[in-house]
Design a binder for this molecule. Structure first.
Ligand code: UDP
Length: 252
């Protein structure tokens, strides 16, 4: 019996997760580490979808603040996510993990176009599905794309991998007395302006009762721990939601 406590998950990986210490672009050793972590999850039999960001290459809001047309800048941001998706695909395939990149913007020489039924079929066949180009619409983010795709393909949980180990009442990098939440409800995130995901993404998850786990991406093995039921980071979920029991040692 698999140790996994979820059958299908969607992981939101920010573009920044790929840049490592270099501060821009894709750091190959970091990419390889992430690919290895995903492989471990796939080997547990978990159907795994990944929504990848593009902030390590281009961010629409930032460029529009400097005068660029917002929609144009956002399309550039979406193209950046396609580059990251192809890089992650390459990293996974080099270690023998089958993958498909599905893009919300048609770019058929490099990726399949997003079709929900195709995405679920790939997942059923055990392929890692990497969703590229966000929602395909400007003025959105890949966080919102992650919430949307997670619901469309029927993921049981949205895994939000970040640089910090959960959700805090204030920025832990700036305030030494910041307190980490073990669990919060969507409305608290919205009303207190907690940094989890943008408000559109949180609202979508709230409407559809999709639980989110916010956890530290930098610690090795964390994605696997979460899918095996370990309560890492912060859980954002409805009050009635019950976290699946962790598998006791020796019973796998
Ligand atoms: N973007 C967009 N629509 C989407 C998703 C992304 O326009 O549905 C653009 C937007 O400009 C954004 C950029 O793509 O700044 C990169 O995505 P995001 O900032 O979400 O990446 P992350 O912060 O996760 O690396």
């Amino acid at each position: 019996m698999s140790k996994a406590r979820f059958q299908r998950v969607t992981l939101k990986l920010s573009g920044e997760a790929l840049q490592g210490a270099q501060g821009y672009g894709i750091d190959p050793p970091v990419l390889d580490t992430i690919a290895g972590e995903l492989k471990a999850v796939v080997e547990l039999g978990v159907e795994t979808a990944v929504v990848i960001g593009g902030g390590n290459i281009f961010r629409g809001v930032k460029a529009s603040a400097k005068g660029m047309d917002r929609a144009t800048a956002d399309y550039m941001g979406m193209m950046a996510t396609v580059m990251n998706a192809i890089a992650l695909q390459d990293g996974l395939e080099r270690i023998g993990v089958y993958t498909r990149v599905l893009s919300a913007i048609e770019i058929k020489e490099v990726a399949e176009s997003y079709i929900r039924r195709r995405a679920t079929r790939h997942l059923e066949k055990g392929r890692v599905v990497i969703f590229a180009a966000g929602t395909g619409n400007p003025y959105f983010t890949t966080d919102t794309a992650a919430a949307l795709r997670a619901m469309e393909v029927g993921s049981q949980v949205l895994l939000k991998a970040t640089k910090v180990d959960g959700v805090y009442d204030k920025d832990p990098l700036e305030h030494a007395d910041a307190v980490r939440f073990d669990r919060v409800e969507y409305l608290d995130v919205l009303s207190r302006g907690l940094h989890v995901m943008d408000a559109t993404a949180i609202s979508l998850c709230k409407e559809n009762n999709l639980p989110i786990v916010v956890f530290d991406m930098l610690a090795t093995g964390n994605i696997e721990r979460v899918v095996c039921g370990e309560r890492l980071g912060t859980l954002v979920a409805p009050k009635h939601y019950e976290w699946p029991q962790e598998q006791p040692p020796g019973r796998s």
